[in-house]
Write a protein that binds this ligand. Structure first.
Ligand SMILES: NC(=O)c1ccc[n+]([C@@H]2O[C@H](COP(=O)([O-])OP(=O)(O)OC[C@H]3O[C@@H](n4cnc5c(N)ncnc54)[C@H](OP(=O)(O)O)[C@@H]3O)[C@@H](O)[C@H]2O)c1
Length: 180
């Protein structure tokens, strides 16, 4: 299966890349160029820099698009999918159901929710290496199959600065708030 993750370097995207690899998919990561080595080390097979080329034209016959960016132009990824493929918007997008029906693809989304058994599986993937991996660069923590990219760390008392960091965009992994 080929999975394309749009917004692949972000908090949601970098986990999606790793979970798709864990499931055995070929992964195409879409992000700005500064994130290429980060995403390749997390297992991305292909990298598309959206500031240099249009990912919806560079990627074809994809089984699943996970779009963490969304927005007004989000339906452009419909044309990257093969018939019977699926688009999973993580953020809100605008989609025409007639387009999806004509192309033979499905669009479905969900909101984050707590699920004990799934969290237990994720905890296991964070704790343990389920398949061999190379050395880990300093910007990740954990030795597991799924690792956490740390964009930046702030004490809780500087939560405002953390929000300001988030507002500047181009996040790589997660922002961490530490509690004394
Ligand atoms: N459905 C749910 O339950 C759920 C759960 C969590 C989050 N969300 C939503 O999902 C979205 C993503 O969350 P997040 O925590 O992953 O955000 P994030 O950490 O800010 O990551 C967003 C990523 O998108 C990249 N990006 C920005 N513009 C892009 C573009 N045009 N094409 C490709 N990549 C682009 C950014 O870096 P570069 O531009 O440098 O590549 C960044 O790495 C948010 O809107 C959030 O509200 C939904």
């Amino acid at each position: 299966m080929t999975v394309l993750v749009n917004g692949a370097a972000g908090g949601v995207g970098h986990f999606a890349v790793q979970l798709a690899k864990w499931k055995g998919a070929r992964v195409i990561a879409v992000a700005s160029g500064a994130h290429e080595s980060f995403l390749r080390e997390l297992g991305a097979d292909e990298f598309i820099d959206y500031t240099r080329s249009r990912p919806e034209e560079a990627a074809r016959d994809v089984d699943l698009v996970l779009d963490t960016v969304g927005g007004r132009d989000s339906s452009r990824f419909l044309r990257s999918l093969k018939r019977s493929g699926a688009l999973f918007p993580v953020f809100f997008g605008e989609y025409d159901p007639d387009d999806a029906a004509r192309l033979g693809v499905t669009i479905s989304g969900t909101q984050v929710r707590s699920n004990g058994p799934q969290l237990a599986t994720l905890g296991h993937l964070l704790d343990e290496q389920v398949r061999p991996r190379g050395p880990q660069p300093a910007y990740r923590v954990g030795a597991g199959t799924v690792r956490v990219g740390i964009d930046s760390t702030f004490p809780l008392s500087e939560a405002r600065a953390a929000h300001e960091r988030a507002a500047r965009g181009h996040i790589q992994g997660k922002i961490v708030l530490t509690v004394a």
